[in-house]
Write a protein of this length. Structure first.
Length: 196
């Protein structure tokens, strides 16, 4: 989560940006106004039909949550970035349409954990907010924005990292900075410097 610093280094707790990856991407969209869609979960996740789609399998675990009002929306959140979010089943179109703040969804074209079309492109289409952006890392995978290098490659198979996570991390940093400066800091016309 990012907070804007006011003069004299005071935090502006009324103008918050949130960034999340994978289930953190789901969380970012939830605090922006999307609620868990119980009806969709019951329709998509029947007990007798196993699936090989890992993202749907993980989302279907939400059916085990006890009955509760899981409204996580926070009015201080003014914009969100969801990186490889897992949202198609737990949220779906009926929930994503409720988001009214700017949203950027980042995806990897070869994501095998959260497949791009159902988990990022469809949710992007379902968004109703006028300020929405979709960034695609070509040949990117689920952890292509991790910045992993050297021994870090041993922790994850290349199929999850992609060919160059350092490049993916650079894209994430550049796009996030521009997005936050535009939608949180209201600086669309200010030339960005390394001091920003």
């Amino acid at each position: 989560m990012g907070l804007l610093l006011r003069p004299a280094n005071k935090l502006n707790l009324e103008q918050v940006g949130v960034i999340g990856h994978s289930f953190g991407g789901y969380t970012a969209l939830a605090v922006a106004g999307a609620e868990i869609n119980d009806l969709r979960l019951r329709q998509v996740c029947p007990d007798q039909d196993p699936t090989f789609n890992l993202s749907v399998l993980l989302q279907c675990l939400a059916n085990r949550l006890p009955p509760f009002n899981y409204d996580l929306q926070d009015p201080r959140v003014k914009a969100v970035i969801a990186v490889n979010p897992i949202t198609s089943t737990a949220l779906g179109p009926a929930s994503l349409v409720d988001i009214q703040v700017p949203v950027m969804i980042m995806a990897g074209s070869h994501d095998i954990v959260a497949p791009t079309v159902p988990e990022q492109i469809h949710p992007f289409i379902w968004l109703n907010t006028p300020e929405k952006y979709l960034a695609m890392i070509v040949d990117g995978n689920h952890f292509s924005t991790s910045g992993a290098s050297g021994d870090d490659f041993a922790l994850f198979p290349r199929e999850l990292l992609g060919s160059n996570p350092q490049v993916g991390l650079s894209y994430l940093k550049a796009l996030s900075l521009a997005f936050v400066n535009t939608h949180i800091r209201d600086l669309p016309n200010r030339e960005l410097t390394s001091e920003s």
